[in-house]
Design a protein around this ligand. Structure first.
Ligand SMILES: NC(=O)N[C@@H](O)C(=O)O
Ligand code: NI
Length: 162
């Protein structure tokens, strides 16, 4: 028996309990560079906690396909984690509410081309899940000398469908 989760479009409002959506939508906050650039300023709540620092890494992840079997989520109790796609493709963002330190209700979002996200500290999430090659993402997260990782394996996997 598999629990089915239907995807929904990624919007700032829907994602707000889990983190931030970063995108160049609407009017920029500032026009800079002699008018040649719009700056969508300071759009994520970054958090690297005591004893950590910000790092930028590049992830090259294998594309997955829908329907997607979700059997694990994880969270980073000591810091936020941002996924910034380096190609213009849709991709999958899976999060879960917290239910007494275990994942509760699962939400699966289709990020449109150009949408990036930042998980707030401690948000249960699926690992980086591109849906198209090249699966290249810049990742901004905490660099420190702790694991900063809690994983949760589901007894019954979820099937994520459009
Ligand atoms: N492990 C790692 O660096 N990445 C995961 O945290 C992830 O969410 O993909
Ligand atoms: Ni993560």
């Amino acid at each position: 028996m598999t629990n089915v989760i239907k995807t929904e479009p990624l919007t700032s409002a829907a994602f707000a309990p889990f983190g931030d959506v970063l995108e160049a939508e609407g009017a920029p906050d500032k026009i800079i560079n002699q008018g040649f650039c719009g700056r969508f300023h300071d759009r994520a709540q970054l958090d690297f906690g005591p004893g950590g620092r910000a790092g930028i890494s590049i992830f090259k992840a294998e594309p997955r396909a829908l329907p997607y079997t979700l059997d694990l989520v994880e969270r980073h109790p000591e810091g936020s984690q941002a996924f910034i796609p380096m190609s213009q493709h849709e991709w999958l963002v899976v999060v879960a509410e917290d239910d007494n330190d275990a994942p509760g209700r699962i939400r699966a979002f289709i990020a449109a081309p150009g949408q990036a996200i930042n998980f707030h500290r401690g948000t249960w999430h699926g690992v980086l899940t591109p849906l198209h090659a090249p699966g290249l993402f810049a990742v901004v997260d905490r660099i420190g000398d702790t694991a900063n990782l809690q994983e949760y394996q589901f007894q019954t996997p979820y099937q994520i469908q459009r």
